[in-house]
Design a binder for this molecule. Structure first.
Ligand SMILES: Nc1ncnc2c1ncn2[C@@H]1O[C@H](COP(=O)(O)OP(=O)(O)OP(=O)(O)O)[C@@H](O)[C@H]1O
Ligand SMILES: [Mg+2]
Length: 479
């Protein structure tokens, strides 16, 4: 997968951007507040239909204009295809090769992106919802079918919660039916997450060991809460039974509280260092290494399992890393052969990721213009026509070579009785949905977003209240 061309119009402060990215590194340099993150967000929005930062869809449209548009031409499995998204009036519309997308699956069609922003560094210390989102983005990238599966779960959860709010008046026969549906779809979410973790966790642990500079091994684990069954070994049908049992066992409590207290939407990813909770004990540097370990593992895992590298977006990450970890990351990027977009206020921090084919850009006041090449890692800019260094196999780096040189929301358990189910954003991509039909789940989510006007055929069976559903709920705190 490769992005061949990117265009953005009236997206945040970007008036009009048109660029042909490098097949490897594209680096946007600029001072604070100039539009660097906006540029990455445009690309992220194109690839996921979600804003990179909290907010409402309307925030994406440049002030004084009515609509924003982002489009990109991708090379996917040998064929070129253009996807674009327009936002206006709080609604988004998605297009494939100039025609309205008939489904989200058609729209995404193999486009995959891994973003790494300073916000990600809070994942270790933040709440479980952030970690579930983190996990589910990786699950979606790895298993595209998860888009639909997680929507099914979100919808089932929303239905059950709606019924729970009737309290004692809720019809037990209906609840039984909803429990069964929820248990089935929940078991599928468990199975996907389990499969992803089985692949990703060992890689993340190895990467952490290479960059973490600590004798304590990291463990990335996922263990569903409140399930009696041994999670690791049982099949999907047994997981569904276990969830059904747990739902039945907690029904009274759920009816009292008006929300569902067991299921994938309340689970967490356990991050431990030397067997102790990273949330409670990890140092700043260890937190960064944990996140970096995860992201690099995600990239490698996609390459190993699907045979291609995702597009990487790194927003001002270098300023958050110490020199040694930054050197590790830059060395990794330069060697991996991935197509990557980096932003920075200080070009020297990312120079090591650059090569002869790097596209350097200046971002100033929402304008994006070519920038004279920076000297490369070796000190001198390679001469025109000079070959960039050959990519080094990614596995090579895991042995520490570079270190020596240098990604329903399913909601926490303590909801305060509002909008619980609507936090079913346990999937990375939202479903197509009219604005305002989702629930009240966006308020804490870093990737809240607005509505997406579906093409005919998209509206049916779309999720409500998962991560992507962007109602403009008033009075909700935003991040
Ligand atoms: N909808 C919008 N219309 C116009 N301008 C906007 C819009 N949304 C945000 N901006 C402006 O975009 C600018 C921020 O851009 P961005 O976040 O990309 O900066 P940045 O270059 O990444 O800065 P930093 O280095 O501080 O992260 C701010 O000046 C902000 O006022
Ligand atoms: Mg920024």
């Amino acid at each position: 997968m490769r992005l061949l061309a990117l265009q953005a119009q009236n997206f945040r402060n970007l008036h009009q951007v048109s660029l042909a990215p490098s097949p490897h590194a594209t680096i946007a340099v600029g001072q604070n507040g100039q539009g660097k993150t906006n540029l990455l967000e445009a690309l992220y929005f194109l690839a996921t239909l979600k804003p990179l930062r909290a907010g409402r869809l309307a925030e994406l449209v440049r002030w004084g204009t009515k609509a924003a548009r982002v489009s990109g031409r991708f090379l996917l499995k040998g064929a070129e295809r253009e996807i674009s998204v327009e936002v206006g009036g709080g609604v988004r519309q998605a297009f494939v090769d100039g025609k309205k997308a008939s489904s989200l699956e058609e729209y995404f069609g193999g486009v995959s992106v891994v973003a790494f922003t300073p916000d990600d560094l809070e994942v270790v210390k933040g709440g479980p919802d952030a970690r579930r989102t983190f996990l589910d983005r990786a699950v979606f990238n790895r298993f595209p079918a998860f888009l639909k599966e997680s929507r099914d779960y979100a919808r089932a959860l929303k239905n059950r919660n709606r019924l729970l709010r009737d309290g004692p008046a809720a019809d037990p026969a209906y609840l039984d039916a909803y429990d069964a549906t929820l248990a089935r779809s929940g078991a599928r979410v468990y199975v996907r997450r389990r499969a992803l973790m089985a692949e990703l966790a060992p890689r993340a642990q190895a990467t952490f060991a290479a960059i973490g500079r600590t004798v304590d091994p990291a463990v990335y684990g996922y263990h569903p809460a409140h399930l009696a069954q041994e999670f690791a070994d049982v099949d999907e049908a047994r997981l569904a039974e276990a969830l059904l049992e747990a739902l039945a066992g907690r029904r009274r409590r759920d009816l009292e509280r008006g929300f569902t207290s067991v299921g994938p939407h309340v689970d967490d990813v356990a991050l431990t260092l030397g067997g102790r909770s990273a949330r409670a004990y990890a140092s700043q540097g260890q937190q960064r290494a944990l996140v970096l370990g995860w992201k690099i593992a995600e990239i490698e895992n996609l390459q190993a399992s699907l045979g291609f590298l995702p597009l990487l977006l790194l927003d001002d990450v270098s300023s958050e890393l110490d020199p040694e970890r930054n050197a590790y990351l830059m060395g990794y990027l330069a060697a991996s052969g991935a197509q990557v977009f980096l932003t920075t206020t200080d070009a020297s921090l990312v120079r090591a990721a650059a090569a002869a084919d790097t596209l350097w850009m200046d971002v100033h006041g929402g304008q994006v213009a070519p920038r004279p090449p920076e000297p490369s890692a070796g000190g001198q800019a390679p001469l025109p026509g000079q070959q960039p260094p050959a990519p080094v196999p990614v596995g090579h780096l895991l042995r520490g070579d570079v270190a020596e040189e240098g990604e329903a929301e399913l909601r926490p358990e303590n909801p305060v009785g509002h909008g619980e189910e609507e936090r079913a954003d346990h999937r990375p991509h939202r479903g197509a949905q009219e604005e305002g039909t989702g629930g009240a789940h966006e308020q804490h989510h870093p990737h809240a977003q607005g509505g997406f006007a579906p093409a005919p055929g998209l509206a049916e069976g779309q999720p409500h209240g998962d991560e992507g559903d962007g109602e403009e709920e008033s009075g909700q705190p935003e991040r």
